[in-house]
Design a protein around this ligand. Structure first.
Ligand code: GLY
Ligand code: MN
Ligand code: MN
Length: 439
């Protein structure tokens, strides 16, 4: 990961400002640990996104402590120590010196010193900012810190009065992206465009979903991406109606649609893109009609993204258009208003249109403010992902549409003047799609 000291200095200053604005306090951000997959073999390490955003160190274990008290600002990092023997086996470490010299900590200590030193760092802070409930071992560690400080009250030590969610501060900061973050999201979008085109080219009759997945993830890494930002979905035929299906070993068949939902990750930022293409290279007339409906309303929903509107307003517009389309195609009966009111459209469209996007695929940040849908502001990034999923056993649908799922998903940046589609490089117009899916 590249570490730009100026970017991190700015982020840290904002964290300290927020802590001071709330009366000062100490924020503890644990780094992610390594997780065993099987035997003596770990999952590929991925840093915790809050820690990554605030610290920028791509190493497991330890934590960052942001202490804002009495006008003093101090960043303390606990890291794995340099260790020649261990580094030969598992790779280089920044160590205590690197934490200070490379990553800008005011002070740094080793992970093994954490339990001894945390009480003194937390002592006297009115509030401990820590995200309870995320990691049981960390919850227990900080509970021990609180208990130790309370027990020492007679000696004049003060335990924090409150424990507050660090996400209240960090997730608001992460919601509106800076220029450096947008540059990374754009790189992720570019990797993702290439990967989806590879999937369209490769997804021919006879291929297995897992083989198409391999093409996608090869494309992510070939251009410097770290891999998929979330589990790749390649869903052929009836699997396209399972929302979070993973790539399996189903064989793609002539006449099937193939729904791919895949996003590459670049330096901790992920894209999130869905496309649905015809395995034979051409949709059947009924599939084409359904696809054209989904595409038209998806494009209009993207154009509806602008400062001041809300995700709810965009979603309501999509629901109306899908319901109109389904009534028009005869899949829903009666009037559009009735079918919206009784929510029967949910048989075909059962998820939301948008979520925030960034370091996490379902990125952080509140969706409601004071109980009301949050108005969009420039710098937010969100998905627009309507879908239509016809159940396999749907007696109301023509036979050739049963078991057909279509989702079209792009990543959209809110700008002063409206929006930019970051993933417009992934083909979705019928002619463009079929031009890539040459068989
Ligand atoms: N890939 C998960 C989603 O689209 O939200
Ligand atoms: Mn997706
Ligand atoms: Mn999504």
């Amino acid at each position: 990961m590249t570490f730009d000291p100026n970017v991190y200095a700015t982020r840290r200053a904002r964290i300290f400002e927020e802590l001071e604005r709330r009366g000062g306090g100490v924020m503890v951000l644990p780094a992610a640990g390594e997780k065993l997959r099987n035997g003596e073999n770990e999952y590929l390490f991925r840093q915790d996104s809050d820690h990554a955003w605030a610290v920028g160190l791509d190493e497991p274990d330890g934590c960052a402590v942001f202490a804002a008290r009495g006008g003093e600002r101090r960043l303390v990092l606990f890291v794995r120590p340099r260790d020649r023997e261990k580094e030969i086996w598992t790779g280089r470490r920044a160590g205590v010196e690197g934490a200070k010299e490379l990553y800008g900590a005011d002070e740094a200590f080793t992970v093994s010193e954490m339990d001894d030193l945390l009480p003194a760092l937390v002592e006297g802070a009115p509030t401990l900012w820590y995200r309870l409930g995320f990691d049981a071992a960390w919850d227990a560690r900080l509970t021990r810190v609180l208990v130790a400080l309370r027990a020492a009250a007679r000696t004049g030590k003060r335990a924090p009065e409150a424990v507050a969610d660090s996400g209240r501060i960090l997730h608001e900061l992460r919601l509106v992206k800076g220029p450096d973050e947008l540059a990374k999201l754009r790189r992720a979008a570019d990797l993702t465009a290439e990967a989806h085109m590879a999937a369209m080219r490769d997804g021919q009759p006879g291929r297995r979903e897992s083989q198409v997945q391999a093409e996608i993830e090869y494309a992510f890494r070939r251009r410097g991406g770290t891999g998929p930002g979330y589990s790749t979905i390649v869903a052929a035929g009836v699997n396209s109606t399972i929302l979070h299906y993973r790539a399996g070993d189903t064989v793609l068949r002539d006449g099937d649609v193939c729904l791919v939902d895949a996003g590459g990750e670049y330096e901790w930022y992920t894209a999130d893109v869905s496309r649905t293409f015809p395995v034979s290279g051409e949709f059947t007339p009924a599939q084409r009609e359904l696809y054209a409906l989904c595409l038209a309303l998806q494009k209009d929903a993207i154009l509806a993204v602008r400062p001041g509107t809300t995700l709810d307003a965009i979603h309501d517009g999509v629901v109306r258009r899908i319901t109109e389309g389904l009534v028009g195609l005869g899949l829903l009966k009666g009037s559009v208003d009735e079918r919206i009111a009784d929510k029967s459209y949910r048989k075909y469209y059962m998820h939301r249109t948008s979520h925030w996007l960034g370091m996490d695929v379902h990125d952080v940040g509140d969706y409601l403010v004071d109980g009301k849908p949050r108005p969009l502001v420039p710098g937010m990034v969100l998905t627009i992902e309507p879908g239509i999923y016809v159940p396999e056993d749907d007696q109301d649908a023509p036979a050739e549409l049963r078991g057909v799922g279509i989702r079209i998903e792009d990543d959209v940046l809110v700008t002063e003047g409206g929006q930019v589609n970051l993933t417009e490089g992934v083909p979705k117009e019928l002619a463009d799609l079929e031009a890539v899916c040459v068989r």
